[in-house]
Design a binder for this molecule. Structure first.
Ligand code: CTP
Length: 420
């Protein structure tokens, strides 16, 4: 087995280039029926240029002010108005969008939509989606000055603010109705800035370098057949994306997967466990935190055939040789780095994971029972337990892999503060 001195890797490094500010973010722009609706396309266009995946939901009265076709063209996504448009998606759409959203911005927000959400009314696509989301919701009210000053609306705004909804105060000036006063939609650049602030996480991992491994490895038997496992890389990629969002520099060493590489991370594609070992060793010395979420094959065929094996040779036995245990090797050369392993188990989850923490000299291990529905390979959710060196166990409920990634990073952040 090789030592930890950097050596030239056979694997290419793919820098992801410029990373757009809102890349990978799903933003829903809700448009309600006010004259300021005509400004929504400018905002949508800014969001799209910043890399966001923008979905527009408009009320029927908004469609009196601006056409769905304009918004569809600018957002590059179908525009939703009615609850029951047959668009062919199998999910309940208000729920699927509400789940995917990183933020919902209602621009402009009329007194009507604010009143409805405040009263818990969900009677159209927009109010239903707002009620069904856990993402931050930003209202940008724009209306006649007297309507804005109406105590009922002001009480509704206070109540919604106290429940965690966000508001951008309207600007003052000449209003479409002819009055002077507060009620104009703020400049779209201010709305854009507010969205960006709400969406970006604390940069609490700034200055740290994360080395994250993800996906399966493939151990080739002949040019077309290999030994592998069902890992899709979703958990590791969610960790890479979340660490990047929180300001870390991220090196992602990944086995073959079919999901897109998050922007702004250094991607090192590998195939076999041996390749992964080489790539990890090459980047190990510069990392403060290593997360080994990859599902590494423990064995490879002793002989790799150069031509396709023919069945004419009848039954045969495949002889396997053990791969290096990458994490074990890192644990033996840990220094002051934070080392996090994963344990995908099918039985005795806690017991097996606890053994691995000790055997591999880890700070944390993230264990899951891959036989549980909603956990493990290929799902968008996970159910994990985080174990530390002292035997403490944090059991998390089922949550999206993105949320689970942030909870794991919270633990790493605490550990990094403790060693400072
Ligand atoms: N791991 C590794 N190199 C290997 C095998 C595993 O770095 N050759 C890492 C995995 O990335 C994971 C942790 O070790 O973070 C645990 O992997 P797992 O497959 O659950 O356990 P093993 O150590 O392989 O033990 P076993 O297969 O007996 O459960």
């Amino acid at each position: 087995m090789r030592g930890l001195s950097p050596e030239l890797s056979k694997t290419p490094v793919v820098e992801s280039g410029d990373w757009l500010m809102l890349a990978d973010k799903c933003i829903i722009v809700g448009i309600t029926g006010g004259i300021a609706a005509y400004k929504a396309p400018d905002l949508i266009s800014m969001l799209v240029r910043a890399g966001a995946d923008v979905h527009v939901i408009m009320t029927e009265s908004a469609a009196e002010f601006i056409t769905p076709l304009t918004l569809q063209t600018i957002s590059r996504n179908p525009v939703l108005t009615r609850m029951f448009d047959p668009l062919g998606e199998w999910q309940v759409r208000h729920v699927s969008l509400a789940d995917r959203a990183d933020l919902i911005a209602v621009v402009p927000a009329t007194a009507n939509i604010i009143g409805k959400v405040c009263a818990g009314i969900a009677d159209d696509m927009l109010s239903t989606t707002v009620m069904a989301t856990k993402a931050p919701v930003l209202f940008c009210p724009a209306m006649n000055v007297h309507m804005y000053e109406n105590q009922i609306l002001q009480d509704n705004i206070s109540k919604l603010r106290s429940k965690g909804y966000h508001f951008l105060e309207p600007a003052s000036g000449r209003l479409a109705c002819g009055y002077e006063g507060k009620g104009r939609l703020p400049d779209v650049s201010l709305i854009f800035e507010k969205i960006q602030n709400l969406i970006s996480f604390d940069k609490d991992l700034e200055g740290q370098t994360f080395l994250i491994t993800a996906g399966p490895t493939r151990e080739y038997i002949d040019p077309v057949r290999y030994l592998s496992n069902g890992s899709t890389g979703k958990m590791g990629y969610a960790l890479a994306e979340a660490a990047r969002d929180r300001g870390a520099r991220v090196v992602l060493v990944s086995g073959p997967v079919s999901i897109p590489v998050p922007g702004g991370v250094t991607h090192i594609p590998v195939v076999s466990a041996r390749d992964m070992f080489d790539a990890v060793i090459e980047h190990y010395s510069g990392a403060n935190v290593i997360i080994k979420s990859a599902a590494v094959s423990d064995y490879h065929p002793k002989v790799r055939l150069s031509t396709k094996l023919k069945k004419s040779r009848g039954d045969w036995t495949l002889e396997l040789e053990q791969n290096p245990d990458i994490l074990q090797h890192l644990g033996e050369n840990k220094g002051d780095r934070i080392l996090v392993g994963f344990a995908a188990e099918t039985d005795n989850v806690l017991e097996n994971a606890a053994k691995k923490v000790r055997a591999k000299n880890l700070d944390l291990i993230v264990a899951n029972d891959v036989t549980q529905p909603g956990a493990g390979f290929g799902t968008d959710t996970n159910i994990v337990k985080i174990l530390d060196r002292d035997g403490q166990v944090e059991e998390l409920d089922m949550m999206s892999k993105k949320d689970a990634a942030n909870r794991i990073l919270d633990r790493i952040f605490k550990l990094s503060k403790a060693v400072e």
